[in-house]
Design a protein around this ligand. Structure first.
Ligand SMILES: Cc1cc2nc3c(=O)[nH]c(=O)nc-3n(C[C@H](O)[C@H](O)[C@H](O)COP(=O)(O)OP(=O)(O)OC[C@H]3O[C@@H](n4cnc5c(N)ncnc54)[C@H](O)[C@@H]3O)c2cc1C
Length: 498
């Protein structure tokens, strides 16, 4: 009875706030906003919403697990290591802005060489000499690496138009509109054809795709060169530019943004979003469950900032009371296991019987039916000035990424012996072919789905771009500034009119 009365009071208060906003001529900011998920998408959208709507708006961020989501660390031998997102590339402009805003620093880079393992032997080995690396690439693959670089640069140059559009306040209500605006029909086309098809068309050889491109895609996305060209290009861009990570741990960006936005973090699982009122502005009821039991609250704006799993999985979530029903935004994700192994590498497996002579810090793998995708000798999240990478014959912390948990025999294949193995199991990236078309950002008047963009490409920066888009979309729709939504020919407008 008391709970029913509380609910009624909350609904009344929210309706009064909405009525007051209407009486003020619609210029009043929203009273309350709910964000579901405190990963980089949810934290960034809380920050951008607060920037746009001002400090009066109350932002509640619901998190069922740990703040950071797929930005996470694991402690091994009293040091912390990245167990989810490892790094960001140099063109991640929102991530770089967050770093400055929060007074965080990039972690000191500790150089290490890479090699690609083909199942029986190494197919490509990096050396310490830049020119020799280029020569080797040319010797083995002709100018395929230059063609790949030009292809990736062209995609990135167009993708980066988004920062200009966002700086001018423009937003998109669907992924297709956003991609069309950045790269016309070519970008949409790239979401429907494979990386291999697109690269063969620009003259990259099949051998280079099999040996090098596949290895990079397996490492970044756990997928092959059959994955869509757009998502693939974004991942390959990461392999070309210089990479960076956050000193102290990448997840500090999420906790920092939530603190900065003065968001109220609620540790609960959101089980449904229901449409409560359609007179005037929509009002949404968010139902949640926590250790304290079930509860619910009312909001003017709701942002879903978490990938929604398929119906048949355990993460049940429902939309209620919407007519017509909210579109189906679900899809399957690629399971990826990150194992942090503290031990001695079995360098013989890679053709180096003497461990002292093993020169690599990273091993990528090609598409042979292998049990692991990458193996990295990793640095902790805090790298002191005196830090040095462990020598190959010493016990070190290795990060192994694999499609399934490593069996004991597989661990024994990679390591002579080990002290500990700790794992993080992720639903890492979308299985891009598992759904037709893209979900929309705008699911209802003021109900948004940030992870819609993850179906085009999945990375922390892409989620930050989606967060800025959703915050601008919510703001433009709230104040009926519809000239700033889904504008066509924006590149031309931004160049000539603004
Ligand atoms: C192993 C691995 C390596 C990766 N490497 C890189 C990399 O090097 N560089 C890069 O840029 N990207 C990388 N990625 C991808 C990147 O991590 C993701 O694209 C990005 O972090 C997604 O952020 P998000 O906020 O959208 O989702 P998430 O980080 O998944 O956050 C969603 C949050 O919502 C919460 N949640 C879900 N449902 C509910 C609910 N019903 N109620 C309340 N809370 C809920 C979850 O607990 C989670 O914390 C990697 C991912 C993995 C797993």
């Amino acid at each position: 009875m008391a709970r029913a009365a509380r609910l009624l009071l909350a609904a009344l208060a929210a309706l009064l706030a909405a009525a007051a906003a209407a009486a003020e001529g619609g210029d009043a900011p929203p009273g309350r906003i709910a964000v579901v998920g405190a990963g980089i998408g949810g934290s960034a959208v809380a920050h951008f919403l607060q920037q746009h709507f001002g400090p009066r708006v109350q932002i509640d961020v619901y998190e069922k697990g740990v703040v950071g989501g797929r930005l996470a660390t694991i402690s091994v031998n009293k040091q912390h290591y990245e167990s989810g997102t490892a790094s960001f590339h140099s063109l991640s402009l929102h991530m770089q802005d967050f770093l400055k805003l929060l007074g965080l620093r990039p972690r000191r880079d500790v150089v290490g060489r890479s090699a690609i393992f083909g199942g029986e032997h190494l197919v490509l080995e990096e050396t310490d000499w830049y020119l020799l690396n280029l020569f080797r690439l040319w010797w083995h693959y002709g100018i395929s690496f230059l063609r790949l670089q030009m292809w990736v640069e062209e995609v990135m140059e167009k993708f980066m138009r988004i920062y200009k559009y966002q700086a001018h306040g423009f937003a998109f209500s669907g992924v297709e509109e956003l991609l069309q605006s950045l790269g016309e029909a070519a970008f949409l086309n790239m979401t429907q054809r494979s990386v291999a098809e697109a690269l063969l068309q620009v003259g990259v050889t099949q051998r280079f795709i099999d040996d090098v491109v596949s290895a990079v895609l397996r490492a970044s996305d756990g997928q092959s060169a059959a994955m869509p060209a757009f998502a693939g290009a974004m991942s390959l861009a990461g392999a070309q530019g210089s990479l960076w990570a956050v000193e102290g741990g990448n997840k500090l960006v999420c906790s920092g943004l939530l603190k900065l936005s003065k968001a109220h973090v609620i540790h609960a699982t959101v089980t449904s979003v229901a449409l409560h009122s359609t007179e005037g502005r929509a009002l949404y009821q968010v139902r949640h469950e926590s250790d304290a039991g079930p509860g619910s609250d009312f909001y003017d704006i709701v942002v879903l900032a978490a990938p929604l799993p398929p119906d048949d999985s355990s993460g049940r979530f429902a939309f209620e009371g919407f007519a017509p029903p909210v579109e189906d935004v679900r899809g399957s994700f690629q399971p990826t296991v990150v194992s942090l192994v503290h031990g001695y590498l079995n360098s013989s497996y890679f053709g180096f019987p003497d461990p002292k002579l093993f020169p690599f810090a990273s091993i990528l793998t090609t598409d042979f039916p292998g049990f692991f995708c990458t193996l990295d000798n990793v640095c902790p999240v805090n790298v002191s000035a005196s830090f040095r990478r462990k020598q190959p014959q010493e016990a070190a912390v290795w990060r192994v990424q694999s499609p399934a948990p490593l069996l004991r025999a597989q661990l024994k294949t990679l390591f002579r012996s080990y002290y500990s193995v700790q794992t993080a199991e992720w639903q890492a990236h979308p299985v891009y072919g598992s759904r037709r078309g893209f979900p929309r950002f705008a699911l209802h008047d003021q109900l948004f789905y940030l992870n819609a963009l993850e179906w085009a490409a999945s990375s922390a920066e892409v989620m930050a771009v989606a967060a800025k888009n959703v915050a601008l979309l919510a703001y433009n729709r709230w104040y009926q500034d519809l000239d700033k939504v889904d504008q066509k020919d924006l590149m031309h407008k931004v160049k000539t009119e603004l």
